[in-house]
Design a protein around this ligand. Sequence first.
Ligand code: ADP
Ligand code: ADP
Length: 225
Amino acid sequence: NFASAAVDLVKVYGSGDTAVRALDGVTAGFPPAAFSAIMGPSGSGKSTLMHCLAGLDTATSGAALLGGKDLTRLSDNTLTRVRRDRIGFVFQAFNLLPTLTAEENILLPLNLAGRRADRAWFRQLVQALGLSPRLAHRPSEMSGGQQQRVALARALVTRPEVIFADEPTGNLDSTSSTDVLNLLRQAVREFGQTIVMVTHDDRAASYADHVVRMADGRVVQAVAA
Ligand code: ADP
Ligand code: ADP
């Protein structure tokens, strides 16, 4: 009974001589209301796995389950709705909209879903992430670390069932990293959200309840932390 799971997932990029088998039969489960980390060397398939599990990329074969439903079998419309309503994604490249302020970027998913902000949760998020003095700034006026925290707030604001975060502490100093990791843990403990985080960082992984290790497109170890 997993919040998110891969079943014999295969992803091949390209074809012929230049084909890359980024996922070579990955089976892994991410328990609900838990904080999981995916670790492994660069190029081992971590980002590809997360993109497939979040319905952002289509696998070549196998199943990408969200709450038991195979995302690879949904129509585009249904998949768009599932992504919007049930999944949060923190991209490595932030993907913030340059013309919007930090506050507008954070509230965007709520606006897109036609939902009202829970102001108390919004304030708590913004404060925990140290973004209060930055809300009126645009991404170009913020540091990489600040942009990363805005991206994280945007993923958390709707309280989705599952949040996928690609190296969420990658651009942060150690104080900001600790704030972000504590916030992710709080989302799990207080709101029962499921977090799946890709990280290179052993300290970040030590916050996780569960660690999946990948190498060459395969899972080489899955352990409770
Ligand atoms: P990381 O390995 O830390 O995830 P990468 O630099 O490998 O970061 O990948 C960043 C983005 O570039 C990802 O979205 C990935 O899908 C894409 N990418 C990675 N390798 C290739 C490649 N060989 N050709 C095209 N796109 C790639
Ligand atoms: P990781 O996140 O562990 O660094 P990735 O999932 O980004 O690994 O990449 C796994 C493999 O797939 C790498 O060999 C990478 O170059 C390749 N790859 C990733 N994205 C693309 C892409 N869009 N096109 C071609 N190859 C890709």
